[in-house]
Design a protein around this ligand. Structure first.
Ligand code: RDZ
Length: 282
């Protein structure tokens, strides 16, 4: 009988252990039709039942409702789908496996005992620099202090962009509900409940969106522009180093933040709108 590890790696690699006719376990490729004695046994064998139970809910749903013929055997249609896994399915599973492996390897500051644990405090400073609270507070303060209409307009739109970002990321996290990496220590300050989820990285979306915003609306010297880009990149990268996120959470977060800036430009609050808004507030 194979060890549990062998069983799980076999399941991952597309072959499943089944109880053979002589009581021994055999590995059967999912891409081949199982021998008849295995097909007969699957109905009553507890191991086969357990394996079926571990299949995806979508496969379990509607089990036994329809059948198709394969080589004279009547197979449930769901099993035929299993025998022909789609190319996109395999590509996605491979990407996810690489993502998990790479994220774990790169999470070198995930705790003090990790290989780069000594730089964790520095990484946490980078984390704070991309947190929503300092950005919201900073934008609100600049809006309050700004004495030019142009400055007020930019800061109001930055505030609107930051709120939009929080809402969109919150909705996305609540829909996808991907768990954070197992090696993450949840010691972030000021989080919403959806921040228990991982996809996408809110820091990455904010960093990408704010970097585009600053580069487009502030007159900055070339070295400062480079610094803004470096900061945004580092904020994203630090999420993986801290073990907070998978690589794909951050990659998607950057893309989403980049796209969010386009949305902000589309929804841009003009001076006319600004005056009527301020008028209503007074
Ligand atoms: C409380 C406020 C205003 C914002 C929460 C910011 C936050 C903690 C986001 C989570 O970021 P990651 O998804 O990158 O971990």
């Amino acid at each position: 009988m194979p060890s549990p590890k062998a069983r799980s790696s076999a399941a991952r690699s597309g072959s499943v252990p089944c109880a053979g006719g002589n009581g021994r376990y055999e590995f059967v490729s999912l891409s081949r039709t199982p021998p008849p004695h295995l097909l007969q046994r699957q109905g009553s064998d507890p191991t086969a039942a357990r394996l079926r139970a571990s299949e995806s809910p979508s496969r379990r749903r509607g089990s036994g409702s329809s059948t198709s013929s394969t080589g004279g055997q009547q197979l449930p249609e769901e099993d035929c789908m299993k025998l022909n896994p789609s190319f996109i399915g395999i590509a996605l599973s491979s990407l996810l496996a690489i993502d998990l492996w790479l994220s774990k390897r790169l999470g070198v500051c995930a705790c003090e005992d990790a290989s780069w644990g000594s730089v964790r405090p520095l990484m946490k400073l980078v984390e704070i620099s991309g947190h929503g609270i300092p950005w919201l507070a900073g934008a609100a303060y600049c809006l309050y202090k700004s004495d030019s209409a142009a400055g007020q307009e930019v800061m109001l739109n930055l505030l609107m962009a930051l709120v939009l970002d929080l809402v969109l990321v919150g909705v996305m996290k609540a829909v996808v509900r991907r768990r954070r990496p197992a090696h993450n220590r949840m010691d972030m300050f000021a989080t919403f409940s959806v921040d228990g989820y991982s996809f996408p990285s809110g820091h990455a979306t904010r960093a990408a969106m704010c970097a585009r915003f600053l580069l487009a609306h502030l007159v900055l010297a070339a070295p400062l522009r480079v610094l803004v880009l470096l900061w945004a990149t580092f904020v994203g990268f630090s999420r993986v180093l801290l073990g907070r996120h998978h690589v794909t959470d951050v990659t998607f977060g950057f893309l989403m933040g980049y796209w969010q800036y386009n949305l902000v430009e589309m929804l841009w609050l003009s001076p006319v709108m600004l005056q009527s808004t301020i008028g209503q507030l007074q």
